[in-house]
Design a protein around this ligand. Sequence first.
Ligand SMILES: Cc1cn([C@H]2C[C@H](O)[C@@H](COP(=O)(O)OP(=O)(O)OP(=O)(O)O)O2)c(=O)[nH]c1=O
Length: 193
Amino acid sequence: MEPYIILASGSPRRRELLERIGIGYHTLPVAVDETPEPGEGAEMFVLRMALEKARRGYAAAEQQAPALGADTAVVLDGEIFGKPGSEAEAHGMLERLSAQTHRVVTGVALVDDREATRLSVSEVTLREITAEERARYWASGEPVDKAGAYAIQGRGGVFVEHLEGSYTGVMGLPLYETTLLLDKLEIPWRERW
Ligand SMILES: Cc1cn([C@H]2C[C@H](O)[C@@H](COP(=O)(O)OP(=O)(O)OP(=O)(O)O)O2)c(=O)[nH]c1=O
């Protein structure tokens, strides 16, 4: 049988990105408590979340295949922005991110009887976003399930003035780091790439 992995995620973006690598996979969304510990930095937080997702995916798949987990957060002035819980929160996030440079951190983890993690860090500068744009953007439905209330790969791309780092990392699954993990655990993926 061809090698495959478990994608411990409900994110359609992560599916789409993993498909670019070419490895066979089964999706198995897992629920984790996405609350940072007091004083926990964003990097540690996304790595912990990614590892937790991968561990749960591996357990839920009854150790049949290695499991991949990822977690993305937007960070501004040390504050972690996850997915907005409400329209008001989305407005607040976009207002804060407007005309600023923020970091996007994505942790990725691959787990079988071994565990490996990688971190992707990017810097994104958004142009000024007006109140009317925030309202129209929220109404489009795009911000609701995105860390920081925007999507670089969607309409939100019009706000992105500058990106330094990994586009796929900002989108939720950094492909370079993911293939490093596959190589580290000696999971062949190049045949179908
Ligand atoms: C900043 C940014 C985030 N995002 C998305 C990626 C992630 O899906 C989401 C952050 O939420 P996450 O909690 O990382 O993931 P998730 O809940 O969507 O999926 P999973 O089941 O794997 O836990 O934000 C974009 O799609 N584009 C962007 O530009």
